[in-house]
Design a protein around this ligand. Sequence first.
Ligand code: NAD
Length: 509
Amino acid sequence: MTNTLNDRLTRDLSGRATNILRALGAELPPPGELPARTPITGGLLTTLPATMPADADAAIGRAAEAFRGWRTVPAPVRAAVVRRLAELLTAHKTELGELVTLEAGKIGPEAVGEVQEMIDVCEFAIGLSRQLYGRTMPSERPGHRLMETWHPLGVVGVISAFNFPVAVWAWNTAIALVCGDTVVWKPSETTPLTALACHSLLRRAAVDVGADPEVHQLIQGGAEVGARLVDDERVALLSATGSVRMGRTVAPKVAARFGRCLLELGGNNGAIVTPTADLELASRAIVFAAAGTAGQRCTTLRRLIAHADIVGPLLRQLENAYGQLPVGNPLHEGMLVGPLINESAYTAMRSALDRALSDGGELVCGGERVDVHGDNAFYVRPAIVRMPTQTGVVRDETFAPILYVLTYRDFDHAIALHNGVPQGLSSAIFTADQREAERFLAADGSDCGIANVNIGTSGAEIGGAFGGEKHTGGGRESGSDSWKAYMRRATNTVNYSPDLPLAQGIKFT
Ligand code: NAD
């Protein structure tokens, strides 16, 4: 009976996905070998063809050809495509958000928030199109001008992860397009339908403003399809978002052909809670950062480093809040924790919890599976585990809602614990002590790409550069001066004098 109901629900969700794709103007491909599943029931929404190697190569070729024209279109004119994309995204925000929920399992508000993030980065890119500034430097030679100019780079390959199936694409694509690059996108094989929708909206935007739609190409499939972008010399920049394991494979290959890599890899984000912290504010921020998106954000809070004097009351607040978290179908209003993406995410969570307990950890709450839509859907209660020390399992990123709690007495020890993991994406401190806050942000404080005070580790705005250090890969995307990764720089010296003075006063007569 339950199975029948779940099958019926999957059919309903499949119909919804198809209707959304139609409403977004996406061409539905014929059935193929690539399954599109929904984590809501674990059922199959549809299948579509994976891109064959020769077709992926051809797509790169089309992007390379389109680049030849696109690079000479003035940047503010290129921005028209991005402006139109933002309009289309605004018009279809609800539908695209629902598709994200169907495919990635995000609760409604987070899914729509992800689409809003796409619109935000489009707006940023439109303004940026008039601000691709180069500098002019004083020349040491009379009658000379010394300056830097920025030029389009070429084809940008974008490999993205399942958990931000649309925003990460927009971060890269909106910026790359105004910078004069063309894009070939290989989305996660887990989220091919949202990719189809975005691709179709962008091509429509290009057509609507009279630009070449070939500036964007979509190739679909797993690692073997992504590998075409990794190995192809025509791909000038590979922007790869995903696990450290993936980054370890692709980065050396791109380096070996002297290509550029922008890596946005796994995080293992920590927050320090000091004795002066506002515990009420801290616990609200911690619950969102640790349990939101069912622990499947790169910026999810995974390690809580709490002062011994407040760890007891803080844990009581967290346990109480975790006990009230609604876990279930992310399409339902009021739901806060949706499903894990698939069974292997659940297996990884179980095995991390087992490791933590055998390392002396004490389960505070959560970790159990919740039956929402049958055996093929993987819903869990977010877990909190108190750890005696930062053992191996705590140093790994497990892409699931597990919050490890460590205790400190001395602030230097807290910083050492915080920085004592291989990853370096996001971090936070909760304190009312300005010395501690400033120390956390200083050179000998947090070693992460993102360091926050009195706010959680997740939920970044697009205006700042996003990315992390160490095994997170060092890339920066989205706001600030991240655009520089998508362009090449030329240093130009212009001699407007009748003489030929050499630099460093060298005489060559
Ligand atoms: P994943 O590494 O399994 O896959 C990511 C993408 O890489 C997919 O498109 C996949 O097909 C592709 N891929 C994998 N191996 C490849 C190879 N050898 N060659 C070419 N392509 C390859 O990651 P996932 O499970 O989809 O996502 C979760 C991971 O992504 C987590 O580690 C998370 O922290 C990370 N992530 C990081 C950021 C960030 O900005 N730092 C953002 C989102 C997700």
